[in-house]
Design a protein around this ligand. Structure first.
Ligand code: NAP
Ligand code: COA
Length: 260
């Protein structure tokens, strides 16, 4: 079997209606997987599902907020009634904006923690009952903020550091169930909402490129290729790993992101 052939593979993507997570969904769909997408906006989920189907993929989805365990349960039931147990679970819902600690309210900090960190726990905790055991692979989408202290990013830094700890601890707890759990850490990836928020103009983008040893932003395909590999039998002995796909940018330490 070609190990990047995902026929008869069920993939659930939390936060899958745009950007990096949708690109990962597209890559799996192009190799035969059945995809179920969720995000908050029904309209955006429907558009993403329609796009996958137009390219010949098998896809469904529904609106669900990762902050709401009951909505996640309902989404998992709908997905698994359609495509059976989940082989691959991608947890990538996130929110971000540039703001210093004194420019962000306590609720603003909590909002990002709720989506990124509690949302990741909810997606995995509620998803466990629906995962194929043994055999499932879970991928949490983290960020360099998890290990690079970055000004104007205290919320994302705290949240993504927590996400990577969820990865490591649940890899230990659920390894005996035959479930692998890893974190994928994209560096700055072109044509994404994340980069539009963190580097909102050409000068900021140029500064960002300078922080990458490979001197360019990454592509959606480069992240998707690594996501598929980590969730395939090629990575069958990899669990609890936090893997960067960042052109080496994390080697440079924290970035100083300045709001314009
Ligand atoms: P994006 O397009 O904004 O993707 C975020 C997705 O999450 C959207 O589909 C959004 O859809 C969904 N979402 C947001 N809040 C949600 C919630 N409460 N419940 C359910 N879904 C929710 O951004 P992106 O830049 O591609 O980022 C995707 C992931 O990559 C994130 O985890 C991010 O931290 C990570 N990352 C990105 C970069 C980068 O360069 N862009 C670098 C490192 C890490 P709705 O609005 O419909 O909810
Ligand atoms: N600077 C400071 N505070 C901000 C802010 C900013 N740029 N944007 C939002 N906030 C604050 C709000 O004022 C609010 O705090 P308050 O109640 O004290 O006024 C709090 O954050 C929550 O905002 P709200 O708009 O109610 O949250 P939401 O749950 O509807 O949306 C966000 C979540 C704020 C993260 C929103 O930007 C979002 O939906 N992001 C998803 C897309 C994204 O960020 N993609 C990139 C992923 S890396």
């Amino acid at each position: 079997m070609n190990e990047l052939n995902f026929e008869n593979t069920s993939v659930f993507v939390a936060g899958g209606s745009s950007g990096i997570n949708l690109a990962i969904a597209e890559a799996f769909a192009a190799r035969g997987a059945r995809l179920f997408l969720i995000s908050r906006s029904e309209e955006r989920v429907d558009a993403a599902v329609a796009g996958l189907r137009e390219r010949g993929g098998e896809a469904r989805g529904c609106a669900a907020d990762v902050r709401d365990p009951a909505a996640l349960e309902a989404a998992y039931l709908q997905a698994t009634e359609w495509f059976g147990e989940i082989d691959v679970l991608i947890s990538g819902a996130a929110g971000n904006f540039l703001a210093g600690a004194l420019e962000m309210s306590c609720n603003a900090f909590k909002t990002v923690i709720d989506i990124d960190l509690l949302g990741t726990f909810n997606v995995l905790r509620c998803g466990h009952a629906f995962l194929r055991k043994p055999g499932a692979s879970v991928l949490n989408i983290s960020a360099p903020q998890a290990f690079n202290p970055t000004r104007y990013q205290v919320h994302a830094c705290a949240a993504k550091a927590g996400v990577d700890m969820v990865t490591r601890v649940l890899a230990m707890e659920w390894g005996g169930h035959g479930i692998r759990i890893n974190s994928l850490v994209p560096g700055p990836i072109g044509d994404t909402e994340g980069i539009r928020r963190l580097a909102p103009n050409e000068a900021a983008l140029a500064r960002m490129r300078e922080t990458v040893p490979l001197r360019r932003l990454g592509s959606l395909a480069e992240v998707a290729n690594m996501a598929m590999t980590l969730c395939s039998p090629l990575a069958g002995f990899v669990t609890g790993a936090v893997l960067t796909v960042d052109g080496g940018s994390s080697l440079q330490g924290g970035r100083d992101l300045k709001p314009e």
